[in-house]
Design a binder for this molecule. Structure first.
Ligand code: FNR
Length: 184
């Protein structure tokens, strides 16, 4: 049966390059069904909010993760790390301890920046956070897209660079194979 992959974008920007990449992944011809998991409506994490009924946005967010066999996080880099909105989402997904929605869920990481390092530092930080959450992350393979503004058609909101498209395709194929092997 085809795998269900949740896509989480670390940028809330309307014209986000990373969202273009996420949408490109959603349209790939791979044996998987993709759904977007929105993080922009989540409240700032506050333990007090867990005392009563969880906010509807948190419930929907957790459900989006639980419905998926694996999650691909597509993120920019802010100040050599991940954006605060993404860290906030991960903190929500880590709760309650040992049974949060993301616990044990396989994750892949993709990142794009107009800069030269392809979100390398953000990806290191993201792996560190996922490790703390006991979330397995696809090893060895990396997609670090630098100079992304030259590799997408911002008007059509598509990846225009063939090599970048192939790298993304190959990464997602590896990711799907990895989660298939893990579930056998
Ligand atoms: C950035 N940007 C950035 N880029 C980078 O490669 N390394 C970095 O450390 C930072 N730091 C940073 C901090 C803040 C607060 C902002 C707003 C931006 C630039 C960033 O990569 C660029 O704005 C991207 O276009 C953001 O991704 P989206 O929104 O296009 O997906």
């Amino acid at each position: 049966m085809s795998k269900k992959i949740g896509l989480m974008c670390g940028s809330l920007r309307k014209n986000s390059y990373n969202r273009i990449i996420a949408n490109t992944i959603a349209d790939l011809n791979v044996p998987a069904a993709f759904h977007l998991i929105e993080i922009g409506d989540l409240p700032l994490y506050n333990e007090d909010l867990e005392a009563g009924e969880l906010p509807a946005s948190v419930v929907a967010f957790n459900q989006g993760i639980r419905d998926a066999d694996g999650i691909v996080i597509v993120t920019p880099e802010y100040n050599s790390g991940i954006p605060g909105v993404l860290k906030n989402a991960l903190d929500w997904a880590s709760r309650p301890p040992r049974s949060g929605a993301l616990q044990g869920k396989p994750v892949g990481i993709v990142g794009a920046t107009p800069g030269g390092l392809g979100t390398a530092l953000a990806q290191v930080q993201l792996r560190h956070t996922l490790e703390a959450m006991q979330v397995p992350c696809l090893p060895f393979q990396k997609v670090r897209i630098s100079q992304v503004h030259e590799k997408v058609n911002a008007e059509l909101k598509v990846v225009s660079d063939e090599r970048t498209k192939q790298n993304i395709q190959s990464y997602i194929e590896h990711f799907v194979t990895w989660i298939e092997h893990r579930s056998n």
